[in-house]
Write a protein that binds this ligand. Structure first.
Ligand code: C2E
Ligand code: MG
Ligand code: MG
Length: 350
């Protein structure tokens, strides 16, 4: 093989040959004879220049990386190794390894984004958002490391660490600002935490330790996380509700959007995803969708929070549709503890 296209042609030929149905003769055994199919997934890697046998190991390794990527894409696919793929896979495995130590090395911290009561314009509470400052790679966004944390299960200890930090923080603010007893703290809960049978016990433990009342804590769950664990989820959520903990559906409208769970799970609020809010213009349908979601929510006695509000226009629209709360850069980006404390101080001084 001299060129990439020749390599791909061989891969396709292999797939075609192996795709023919074949028969396993089981006349002696109990299984009945039947036709079988297999699908073939191929990872390809090329050498630059002449093939050097000593470098064969590296070549196979690259082909395996390409194969891994091909498997991720689906059955019967072909993937070719290149430098970008190599770098992506290298970074991912590096992040995966380092994330394990991130908590104990104190590389994680929490930022707090204000949530505003749209009727009064006052501060309603905060959403806790985890951050990772990697000592060598710099700031790694949650959009990149949360999926890795989900895959490895690390999102469970990370999630409880964030919950603990955030509850402690709210408790500190309440002690410092007695006027702010009603502030709430929203914390994201991953699907794996919902599957964790010790969830209720852990949340209860953190509330007891920090002295926070259940109704000051809001847990955010995504549609996907709920749909994947229906039975356990509804049990656990009911127990959380028994402790007055509030439940919100995060990124509403972007998951399965199956309405059955709204009836099945005792949720208190819907957070309308930023993608609907940001594209709300008089000319398109997003405004209509948002309007419909808000009336649906209100018909079910649920509160609505608009996510990702960036302009006065968006706030105005949501307000006029009766949306209760808003969150977004228009009010504030996620803030460090010092800045968030300042914001509460200003609120108290007003
Ligand atoms: P999310 O829970 O939907 O959080 C809202 C995201 O929107 C945050 O991104 C926030 O910074 C961003 N955002 C807020 N207002 C605006 C705006 O006006 N414009 C734009 N463009 N963005 C805005 P972030 O912090 O990058 O977090 C991304 C996601 O990572 C979160 O989405 C959440 O699903 C996940 N995540 C963050 N912290 C945790 C955590 O502690 N546990 C778990 N399980 N997931 C977390
Ligand atoms: Mg959230
Ligand atoms: Mg969201």
């Amino acid at each position: 093989v001299r060129t990439l296209s020749q390599g791909i042609q061989i891969a396709i030929k292999l797939q075609e040959e192996l795709a023919h149905p074949f028969t396993i003769d089981t006349s002696e055994g109990k299984i009945t004879t039947s036709d079988h199919f297999i699908t073939t997934t191929v990872g390809l890697a090329l050498t630059s220049g002449h093939y050097i046998p000593e470098k064969g190991g590296k070549l196979l390794q690259n082909a395996e990386i390409a194969l891994g990527q091909a498997k991720k894409k689906g059955k019967a696919t072909i993937e070719v190794f290149d430098d970008t793929l190599g770098q992506t896979v290298w970074r991912q495995s590096r992040l995966e390894t380092d994330l394990k130590q991130a908590i104990s090395r104190q590389e994680l911290y929490v930022q707090y984004q204000p949530i505003i009561n749209l009727l009064t314009g006052k501060l309603h509470g905060f959403e806790a958002l985890v951050r990772w400052q990697h000592p060598e790679l710099g700031f790694v966004s949650p959009g990149e490391f949360i999926p890795i944390a989900e895959e490895t299960g690390l999102v469970i200890p990370i999630g409880y660490w964030v919950l603990d930090r955030a509850c402690q923080q709210l408790q500190e603010w309440q002690q410092r600002f007695p006027e702010c007893q009603n502030l709430t703290m929203s914390v994201n809960l991953s699907g794996l935490q919902i599957k964790d049978p010790t969830l209720v016990q852990k949340v209860k433990g953190i509330l007891e330790k920090t002295g926070l009342a259940g109704n000051q804590l809001k847990l955010e769950l995504t549609e996907t996380a709920l749909i994947e664990n229906v039975d356990l989820a509804s049990q656990q959520l009911q127990q959380l509700k028994a402790h007055q903990i509030q439940l919100s559906i995060d990124d509403f409208g972007t998951g399965y959007s199956s309405l059955s769970y709204l009836q099945r799970f005792a949720v208190d609020a819907l957070k309308i995803d930023q993608s609907f809010v940001s594209a709300m213009t008089p000319e398109n349908r997003n405004l209509k969708i948002v309007q419909a979601v808000i009336s649906l929510a209100h018909a079910l006695d649920l509160q609505v929070i608009g996510e990702g509000i960036e302009t006065a226009y968006q706030e105005e629209q949501l307000k006029s549709l009766g949306c209760e709360q808003g969150q977004g850069y228009y009010y504030a980006k996620p803030l460090g503890v010092v800045q968030a404390t300042q914001l509460i101080q200003e609120e108290v001084d007003r």
